[in-house]
Design a protein around this ligand. Sequence first.
Ligand code: SF4
Ligand code: SF4
Length: 427
Amino acid sequence: MSILIGPMKLHLNGHKELTNHGEVKNIVAGKKVYIPLMACTDILVNAGDYVKAGTMLAKRNDHFTVPIFSSVSGKVLGIEELDHSTGRMIEHLVIENDGKFDFEKPFEPMDAETASVEELVNFMMNAGIVGCGGAGFPSYVKYRGAKGIHTLLINAVECEPYITADYRIIDNQVEDLIYGTKAMLKMSGAKEALIAIKKTKKDLIDKVREALKGQDQMKVTEVPDQYPMGWERTLIYEVFKKRYDKLPGEIGVIVNNATTAIAFSEALKYGRPIMEKICTISGDGLKSPSNVRVPVGVSVKDIVEQIGGYAAEEVRVIGGGPMMGRTQTTDEVVITTSSNAITVLKPEPVDTIACLRCGRCNDHCPAGILPVRINNAEEAGDIKMLTKLRADQCIECGMCTYVCPSKIEVTEGVRRGKALLRAAAQK
Ligand code: SF4
Ligand code: SF4
C-alpha cells in the first residue's frame, strides 16, 4: 500500500538571514569529548589507551556495519551513559582531548574512477558514511545490490527554517559535491543524477550548474520553496510524480543528502571519516546565531559558550530545526555524525485551548494521516487504533503543531503514539 501525500505544503518564514552570511566559526573541542556509541556492539579501545583523531573506536555490527572514529587525539577515559539528542540515554566513549589533533588515516583514499562498484560500496561502509541530513542511516545499505535504479536524487533542499549549513557546505565544497555524487551514481547503476535545490537559491543553482558543465549525467532540478519539500516522499513526488510504499528503490530511485555526497568525497579523496560537522546553531535564544565547524562529541553548551552565549535566562534547545527537531532536556547533548543544526528559541507563553475539531492538522499532514485522531488514540492507549491510523507513517515534520489554532502540541502526541506502537511491537 502506498501512503498518500497530503496536498498541503507551506512556505514558512525561514529565518535564514540569521546565518546565511558571515564566516563559519571554528569551535574548539574542550578537555573532554563524548563520542556516542549508538548501537555499537564492538568497543575497540580500553580506558587508558591513547587514540588519534581518526582512530576507529567502536563498530556497530548488528544488521548494519558502522565504524565510529575519534574526532580528537588523547586518552580514553572510559564509557559514560549520557543524554543523547534522540532523547534516550546512551553510552558515550569519553576521550580526554590533548589538544594536538594528531591525525591518522583510518583507511586509504580510493580513486572513484577506477574502483569497482563493489569496492566503492565496501569503502562507503568501512568509512562509516551515514546520512548527514539528520537521519544518520548507513548510506552503503542503499547501494548494496542496488538494481533497477534509473535516477540518483541528491537532496540539497534544506527546507527547515533556520538551517543554512547545507547551503554553506555546498557553496564551499561544490567540487566535492560533484565528486561524491559521481561516485554514488556509479554505485547506483543509474543513468543520471539530479541535484534538487530550491528555486529561490539562484546563486547556488548557478554555481552548481557551472561546476556541472561537461558532466552530462548530472544536472540540477529546481523545486519550490515549500515545507516539507526536503522530505524524501514529498521530494520524489515533486520530481517524479510517483509514490512508493517503503523505499524509493521500488520506483527506481535512490536518495541521498548533498552533504552525505560531500562527506563521501572527503573520505574517498583524503581517507578522512566524518570527524567534524558544519552545523547551524540559530534562533532568537542566542546572542550570535552562527554556522559552526565543530568536532563530533562536543556539547551544545560548549558551542554556545564559544559563540557568545544565550540571549535569555530560559531557552528551549532543539536538536535540529524547529519543525522536525526534538526539544532537548539538557544542553550537554553532543554533536553526532548526523547532526546538522541546533535551534535555540526563547520560550513563548502558549495558551493552549481545547481542540476545535477544525481538521487543519489532518488537512496539512504531508504523510496523509490523521494527527488529531492519532492524538486521541494515544491518549486512550489504543494500540489497535494507532495501528489502523498508521501512526508509524508520521515523519515528525511538525506541521500539525504549526497549523493548530488551539496551540496543541499535536506532533508530540503523534510521536508518543509511534513510541507506543514500537513498544507494542517489541513485546
Ligand atoms: S508531524 Fe503531524 S503533520 Fe507531520 S507527518 Fe506527523 S502527523 Fe503528519
Ligand atoms: S488543528 Fe488543532 S484544533 Fe484543529 S483539529 Fe487539529 S488538533 Fe484540533
